[in-house]
Design a protein around this ligand. Structure first.
Ligand code: CAO
Length: 432
């Protein structure tokens, strides 16, 4: 006689609710033990829920795009096989259980609250549940297996799914690009850095990288390999802007915001982007056209104890400098407290990276591909500048624009920085 096996959401760590991003079976489907049934995803990781029994799906209780919490019913299976414990004892390890697939996703599910005789007891979840088991690149075990079969390195594949998730189609497109010589590292033949045992030379210590650092390392490396970078340096005379800013510090304080240079800078950048739309664009994936963005959402690099994060301030062109200053303070605070939501770091059309509060005279920021430009800002210094025949003390702000040379040529880049520097020199130009 066949048993009815309810499959429920396993331990999902610190999360109350997670998204259902894939429903991999339909009512009436025959499933085997360990076959993936659905994929759950939080903002930190994804996990597939495997079938605890072989049989037929008789009911599906979740919806694609919906949310579920631990213990919620996912679906019901009419079991066709004897209880899995017995079969496992008899048969030994299953060929289906692919260790790398397990490692690649979140922890294995924990048992449902109401145990059923035909349900296999899965291994205990890793400490911290779903939250701790991040593993870039972001793809389901099925896609990983597919990539392995084709020999595709997933760290080089850009995901087009929700939150950058790598889909089967992305792997196919990647392989096609490599085969046709259009792939990111096709033929690059990057020689590996030799592995060295540093302990031969002195005491060493191993410090694990934070999740943020690993993710940003992968993103930076991808941009570095894909984008032919050029950096254009310039200087803006912000003497008047600084006087204007200082004159409004009290008012800003009354409004509860810290009025730093960055808010003005963002406003000026948005004005320059409006003037030079190609700087606010992305190259279409086929390389045949430019996608010009009619919105001005700026990524702002924020230095946090865990590494670099880039929250996005939206519609900069439509906000006042006070609003921008308030939003910057709020979002950079949340970035440092690790409280950013996925939506907070998506959708930038251009990025600003300000190291001016720390120091430096110039640097070469890395474009946050598929954006085509990033503005780096270093420390403003007061120094003598010729104005006409005479020298005057002026506050000069170094700006460094890195751009994707496939999209922007040098003349356009320097026109952009010239426009930006004039806007900063006389911020009234921004409202014109
Ligand atoms: N020149 C001189 N002084 C500057 C300055 C500049 N370009 N930019 C900021 N300052 C001053 C500010 O006015 C402030 O002075 P007061 O305390 O006297 O008001 C002080 O430096 C500190 O500013 P801040 O850094 O707290 O604020 P901000 O708005 O300028 O920057 C943020 C906010 C979040 C961008 C910044 O804190 C940060 O994290 N920067 C690092 C970004 C980074 O790591 N980029 C590298 C990425 S790799 O490409």
């Amino acid at each position: 006689m066949s048993d009815t096996v309810p499959v429920v959401v396993p331990d999902i760590g610190d999360f109350d609710q997670v998204d259902v991003v894939e429903v991999l079976v339909a009512v009436g489907d025959d499933v085997s033990i360990d076959q993936s049934l659905i994929t759950l995803e939080s903002d930190k990781a994804s996990m597939e829920v495997p079938s605890p029994a072989a049989g037929r799906v008789v009911e599906i209780a979740v919806e694609l795009g919906g949310q579920v919490g631990e213990g919620d019913l996912i679906l019901t299976i009419e079991a066709a096989e004897p209880p899995a414990e017995e079969r496992e004892e008899a048969a030994g390890p299953s060929e289906e259980s692919d260790p790398s697939a397990v490692e690649a996703t979140a922890p294995a599910p924990s048992p449902a609250p109401r145990p059923s005789p035909s349900r296999r007891r899965p291994p205990p979840p890793a400490a911290g549940g779903l939250a701790t088991s991040t593993s870039p690149p972001h793809a389901s075990p099925a896609v990983r297996r597919f990539a392995r079969l084709l020999g595709a390195d997933l760290t080089k594949v850009s995901g087009s799914g929700a939150r950058g998730r790598i889909l089967r189609e992305d792997v196919e497109a990647f392989v096609k690009d490599v085969m046709t010589g259009r792939g990111p590292a096709a033929g690059a033949g990057i020689p590996p850095v030799p592995e060295i045992d540093f302990s031969k030379f002195g005491p060493v210590e191993s410090k694990p990288l934070s999740r943020i650092r690993k993710l940003s390392a992968a993103n930076l490396h991808r941009s570095w390999l894909n984008v032919p970078h050029v950096t254009q340096h310039d200087e803006a005379d912000i003497t008047d802007l600084e006087a204007f800013r200082r004159a409004h510090l009290d008012e800003a304080r009354e409004r509860g915001v810290r009025l730093t240079l960055l808010a003005f800078l963002m406003k000026a950048v948005a004005a320059s982007l409006a003037e030079f739309p190609e700087m606010n664009s992305s190259l279409a994936p086929d390389g045949e056209s430019l996608i010009l963005k009619r919105y001005f959402h700026l990524g702002v690099a924020v230095d946090t104890p865990d590494g670099l994060v880039v929250p996005v301030v939206r519609d900069v062109d439509r906000k006042s400098v006070y609003e921008l200053a308030g939003e910057l303070g709020e979002v950079s605070g949340r970035a440092r407290e690790r409280k950013l939501r996925p939506a907070d770091i998506q959708g930038a059309s251009f990025t600003v990276s300000s190291l001016g509060g720390i120091g430096g005279t110039a640097f070469t920021p890395i474009v946050n591909a598929p954006e085509v430009g990033i503005l780096g800002v270093s420390r403003a210094v007061r120094r003598p500048v010729y104005i006409g025949a005479g020298l005057a003390p002026r506050l000069m702000l170094p700006v460094s624009l890195s751009y994707d040379h496939r999209v922007i040529d040098g003349a356009s880049a320097v026109r952009f920085t010239t426009h930006l520097c004039s806007a900063l020199a006389d911020i009234r130009r921004v409202v014109l």
